[in-house]
Design a protein around this ligand. Structure first.
Ligand code: GLP
Length: 270
């Protein structure tokens, strides 16, 4: 797990968008895993900007979103499909048929979830999965206690998640209690993950994910088992990390390697 600590949320968002944009440029037919929530909003804004101003081309890109509320259709302003259309898909040259979000109004959830997994496989697997993290350490809607081998499925939301979501719905009884979500096992099979967390309210979850034990109680901690994960945080979200200095050194070395400044790393010095 590589941890990058940026000074501000804006820098963390731009760094995240930069990594995604690099992939889109180097692999124009990449398969992206996408996330919703407030955290990635500015990441999508930057991708839209690069599409408009720097010819970032999404015409061959395929996307799979992590999750969707059960009961909400694409026209519901709080559905994740609606969010993705508004924040990203409507503003870039992506083929609508190549954008996948679980269908919260599917008639047979179990069959739909199996199909979703199959579609990911048929697309060749996810190259890069963008992730956020819940304050209780969940990824997608894999609430505490979710099996670390879980696949896309129907999930009952935790009371903490429902509480957090109340602000988005006019009445308490309208807050969805169920969701369809990729499983932890599904996420672990992606080729790489990019998790973005910003703000002091995420500091505890980030610490548990990166430096705590691997446990189903903090499903993001399963990312410690993934071969290729980059965690990008701002100083607030990274504030509880004990090995902050080491992560900064690793990041500096990576940047020197990427820019070919090998001497500074003692490579090639006699
Ligand atoms: C929900 C989503 C997650 C997201 C989390 C954090 O639970 N299913 O994918 O990471 O919220 O959301 P926010 O970015 O708004 O803090």
């Amino acid at each position: 797990m590589r941890v990058i600590i940026e000074k501000t949320a804006e820098q963390a968002e731009l760094r995240t968008a930069g990594i995604m944009a690099d992939l889109v440029r180097h692999k124009p037919n990449a398969v992206l895993g996408l996330a919703t929530g407030s955290t990635p909003v500015k990441v999508y804004r930057e991708l839209v900007r690069q599409h408009r101003e720097a010819e970032l081309d999404f015409s061959q890109i395929t996307t799979f979103n992590l999750d969707e509320y059960v009961g909400l259709g694409a026209q519901h302003p709080q559905s994740f499909r609606y969010f993705m259309q508004e924040q990203l898909f409507n503003h870039i040259n992506i083929d609508h048929a190549a954008t996948h979000v679980p269908d919260g109004r599917a008639l047979d959830f179990s069959a739909h979830c199996q199909q979703y997994e199959q579609r990911i496989l048929d697309a060749g697997g996810i190259d890069l999965q963008l992730l956020g993290i819940g304050v209780d350490g969940h990824i997608a809607f894999n609430e505490p206690g979710s099996s670390l081998g879980s696949r896309t499925r129907l999930k009952t939301l935790a009371s903490e998640t429902i509480r957090q979501n109340k602000k988005f719905f006019p009445g308490d009884e309208q807050v969805p209690r169920l969701a369809l979500t990729m499983g932890v096992g599904t996420i672990l099979e992606t080729r790489s993950c990019l998790l973005l967390a910003t703000g002091a309210h995420k500091a505890s979850a980030v610490r548990s994910m990166v430096e705590g034990p691997v446990t189903a109680q903090i499903t993001a901690s399963a990312l410690q088992l993934h071969r290729e994960v980059i965690v990008i945080v701002d100083e607030e979200a990274g504030g509880w990390l004990e090995r902050r200095d080491y992560y900064a050194e690793v990041d500096e070395c990576h940047q020197l390697l990427e820019t070919g400044q090998l001497r500074a790393l003692g490579i090639g010095n006699q």
